[in-house]
Design a protein around this ligand. Structure first.
Ligand SMILES: [Zn+2]
Length: 368
């Protein structure tokens, strides 16, 4: 994430802090100073926020390490003023697994709260009978209360918060993932509206969270539609079959001609006995500048064309193309190149699937 600063790497996962988080610390410090004029209160206030966010990191690790058990890797965990964000490759497909991954975060906070509660009950440190969350209750007592609140807050059924994900997974077991996501997103946005109104009345911070939930729910719903379109399509079904490829002995002039005559920008280069190479438009222009139009393509040092089997899911290919690892992917049948896929191709597929589905939805609502 932009503007974030890596502070640690724990069991293969980068932990970063977003710069805005330091603004939160500054703000907390100023508020404590204005209210108490005491440096030790400021230090305590900031320490409480740091410990609280340490618990948020543990919460995110709860998600990440559970997801790892089901084969999903997490690249990084970033701390923002509104909480932690774990950048996971994908959520597990199986609703039961997704439910466990989503519930693991709040479970960590519950366990922390429970351990502290046990410690307070069985240690010689006794709380006063009237001990609420006032200035003179012990620091760890505040940590216990805050962890309990974190668990409860995250389990609100407001998709894409953890409770909303559990709800989506529960509904997905009965009605399938895509309709479940649509419904969970609608419930999430409804709760966001309620939260926004409560925020207007009581606490502006709630309005920020409401906006985050509203946008998150909309984003999840649309990425789920994309996922559904790509998940069931295979490379062999959606690939471009009418494409030009070049031989190593072809001249750059021939590649330039094909670039102008067709809509194709990047070309597979077939060399007998070798896996295909890739002539990108950038490599072609570079070659023309360096060697002129009469040079042969095999004079250039070409990248290999990344190839997938025709049964590969389009989603995997989309991730490759979107990550800019390559502008073109080759599709093979019995290790022979039968098609290619580029990003435009994937976008067309998503749009077509979307249009067909919208038509079906309209049809079924007319029937009711
Ligand atoms: Zn969580």
């Amino acid at each position: 994430m932009k503007w974030s600063w890596k502070v640690a790497r724990i069991s293969g996962i980068d932990v970063s802090i977003h710069l805005t988080f330091f603004l939160l610390l500054l703000w907390i410090g100023i508020v404590y100073w204005q209210n108490t004029q005491s440096m030790s209160a400021v230090v305590q206030g900031i320490a409480l926020i740091l410990v609280l966010f340490g618990c948020v990191v543990l919460h995110e690790f709860g998600h990440a390490l559970t997801a790892r058990r089901y084969g999903t890797t997490t690249r990084s965990i970033t701390l923002l003023p509104i909480g932690g964000v774990a950048a996971m490759e994908k959520m597990p497909e199986d609703p039961r697994e997704e439910m466990l991954v989503a519930a693991a975060g709040p479970a960590v906070n519950l366990v922390i709260a429970l351990l502290l509660w046990l410690w307070f009950n069985f240690s010689p440190v006794q709380l006063n009978a009237e001990g609420g969350l006032t200035a003179d209750v012990p620091f760890l007592y505040k940590v216990m209360i805050l962890n309990f609140m974190l668990a409860v807050f995250n389990m609100l059924p407001a998709f894409p918060m953890d409770g909303g994900r559990v709800l989506r997974a529960a509904m997905a077991m009965r009605m399938g993932r895509e309709p479940a996501t649509r419904r969970a997103a609608a419930i999430g946005q409804g709760l966001a509206v309620v939260m926004f109104v409560l925020g207007l009345l009581y606490n502006p911070f709630l309005m920020l969270i409401a906006a985050f939930i509203w946008l998150g729910a909309a984003g999840e719903a649309s990425s789920e539609q994309m996922h559904a379109a790509l998940f069931k399509s295979t490379a062999g079904h959606s690939m471009i079959t009418q494409f030009d490829s070049l031989q190593g002995s072809d001249t750059l002039q021939r590649a330039a001609d094909l670039t102008l005559q067709t809509t194709q920008k990047h070309f597979p280069v077939l060399v007998p006995g070798q896996s295909p190479g890739l002539l990108t438009q950038q490599a072609l222009l570079q070659g023309l500048r360096q060697y002129g139009e009469h040079a042969q393509i095999q004079q250039l040092s070409l990248a290999a064309l990344p190839c997938v089997d025709e049964h590969e899911a389009m989603e995997t290919i989309f991730i490759q193309l979107r990550g800019m690892e390559t502008p073109l992917v080759g599709v093979t049948r019995y290790s022979e190149l039968t098609g290619v896929i580029d990003l435009e191709n994937v976008v067309e597929l998503i749009n077509i699937e979307e249009a067909i589905k919208a038509h079906r939805r309209a049809d079924s609502s007319r029937l009711m």
